[in-house]
Every structure is written in C-alpha cells, then in structure tokens.
Write a protein that binds this ligand. Sequence first.
Ligand code: CTP
Length: 401
Amino acid sequence: MLGGKNILLGITGGIAAYKTTFLVRLLIKAGANVKVVLTDSASSFVSPLTLATLSKNPVLSSFVGDDKDSIDWNNHVELGLWADYMIIAPATANTLSKMASGACDNLLLATYLSAKCKVFFAPAMDLDMYKHPSTKVSFDKLESFGNIIIPAASGELASGLHGEGRMAEPEDILEFVVSHIREGLPLANKKVLITAGPTYEAIDPVRFIGNHSSGLMGFELAKAAANLGAEVALVSGPTNLEVVNHQIQVEKVVSADEMYNAAHSFYENMDIVICAAAVADYKPKTKADQKIKKSDAELTIELVKNKDILLSLGAQKKNQFLVGFALETENEVENAKGKLKRKHLDAIVLNSLNDKGAGFGKATNKITFIDKNSSIKTFELKTKAAVAIDILNEIISRIHA
Ligand code: CTP
C-alpha cells in the first residue's frame, strides 16, 4: 500500500519522538520514500542523524540550510508538494493548536500549510492536556480541515500518570495509515479470486502433461487488485513466481482437480473472480503408481476431460463478477463471445495469438475486453502489469456503475 509513496514525517517535541525512529524504519520497510522535518524541540528528544540515516534523506528543521547563500529557504513548498501523505507524530498540544490556527513559525508548520496531501496526526501529551477543551477544539478544527487523527492510546505517561495521551505505537500508526489508504481505494472491502498459471496432470510419479503458462498475467492481476485495496485469493498452478503481500493469500495447486477444489472453496464469498489459469483440458485417465518403464512397444496414454472450472463457477454464480480469458486464433471476437455466454460470464478477456507479443511466456500482452452486453474495448500492447490494471479498471467501472 505504501510502496513507492512519498511520506513526509513531521516530528514535534515530545518524549514519544524517540519512537519515530521505529516508525521511519517501518515506513521504509513498507517500501515508502521518507523525508523527515522536525521542530527544534523535537531534536532534543531524537537525533536528526539517526533519522537521516534511517530515512536515507537529509533531515530538515530550519528554513535556511547550512549554506547561507542558497535559495532553498522555500523548501517547505517543495516538501509539501513532494509528499503523498504527511504524518505528524508525535503531535504536541502546542503544534496542534498552531496547525489549527494557521500559525507558521517553523519549517514543520510551513510545510503543513503547504501540503496538499492527506495529513495524519498522532497526538501525544499528558492526560489532562489531552482532555482539555482547547485540545478538543484543535482536534475538531483539524478534522474539519480533512486531517485525520490517529487516536492516542491509554497507558503510563512520561509524567508517571496513567491515562489517555500516549502516542499510538509505531506499528499502530503504520497500520492506521495503511487501513485508511486502503479504505479509499476502489476495491476496498472487496474479495477477489484469481486463478493463475498452468496445471500439471500426472502421468506417473515423475511425468506430467503441462503447458508453457508462466502465471505472470494472474500474478500481476493479484498484485494490482491488492494495490487497489482488495483482499485477494490467488490459486496458482506450478510457477516460479512468488508474491509477498499480506493482502494476497496464495494457494498453490498442481492439477486441474486441485485448482477446481481450491477455486470452489473460495468462491462463495468472492466479489470478483478472474480465471486467468491455463487449465489443462485433459488428464491421463489413470496415474501410474510407479515410474513407467520404457519398452519396445509404443505407449498410448488415454486422456479424459478435466472439469471446466470457469464453466462450473458460472453455473453457480450469485453476485460474483465473473471474468474468463480466451486465447483464440480465428474468429476471435465471435469465439470469445460464445465462451462468455456458455460459461455465464460477466466479461471475457480475449488474447489473440495473431497479435505479436501477446499470450504465453511473454512479459507483454494485448487484450480485448468484452462484456456481457457486447461492449468491446481493445487495448494496446502493454506489460502484463499494465494490462492487469486495465482489466481491473474495466471491472471496477462495471461493479460501481
Ligand atoms: N478454464 C477453466 N477450467 C478449465 C478450462 C478452462 O477454468 N478446465 C478457464 C480458463 O482459466 C480461461 C477460460 O476457461 O479463463 C478459457 O476457456 P476455454 O474454453 O478453455 O478456452 P481456451 O483455453 O481458449 O481453449 P479452447 O478454445 O480450446 O476451448
């Protein structure tokens, strides 16, 4: 969720400032670019050198840098524009009141006023300060500006008193920000099932019938759906691909029968289902228990049909938006439309083998998206990551219509 995002962390002068070193580490680990701006008093609680080292960026605290002749006095504007999100943590009563009133007597406040992005603030103060009506006024005013409060926790405070006012822990701040961002995404609270990759149909313990599908299209769909806020179940046949994203539950399978069972086990609760797997249409009628020895005689393997997973999901469809893939070589659109109807799909993604750069084992794909109302949209040749976003945007525009 935070991968590649620019996060501006504003630190003010409270004891909880020391915890921001952990917050910076967590943000960097989550893939964010982090810049830190801190008030003078914050630097009494946490070392700028530590923050610069962890964030891999210079830490800013004054309008004028060491070079007195430089013209970077207005870097607050640049910082405000750079940030995708600003987090002020800890946010003291003093800074919150200044933010609420528009005061601008340090770089952090000037940057806050220049920021066009979402601003989160994590208050930290003693319990009576936290409860004070003027603090409440600051909170209300900041929320009315669209800023988001990360509520303080209860516990032991620096004063020795117990109560509300402790800055939320760094892990909780990260979780809060990530959940908030996710809530605003088009697939927030949606569950998406994706099938990907080939299936291997065993002949004997060491041999199988398979195909050249890399699984890349399905994996890119899973990543794109997660990045758009969805909770994803990815049922994948054997591939070399890995995905580490706690929004994506990967279920590894080998055969079409296993994929059938896994896909059906997730199906009922899903909002969107995309079958991108290249499922083997046939499997050997029997799997030999032992490795088949060669002999002088010819070998015939009897094949029987696999169950069509997509067809079966279509037959049981309730509210799911169901999407299939079709790989065609002739009468492409007509054949794809025929599959869409026969399998009770909401849409089908057509790949034509006549298009260079499309299909199996390629990093790129060229698709035509066809929906059940016969609306047809053809896309340019793109990376599979970009194609995944196109497909999901087409789906989103239909489920939100
Ligand atoms: N599919 C499936 N289970 C199968 C076979 C296919 O779920 N046993 C899904 C694929 O994941 C894909 C779509 O069905 O979404 C492909 O449909 P299919 O009728 O198999 O078309 P093609 O693979 O293009 O092959 P053919 O034209 O030979 O039917």
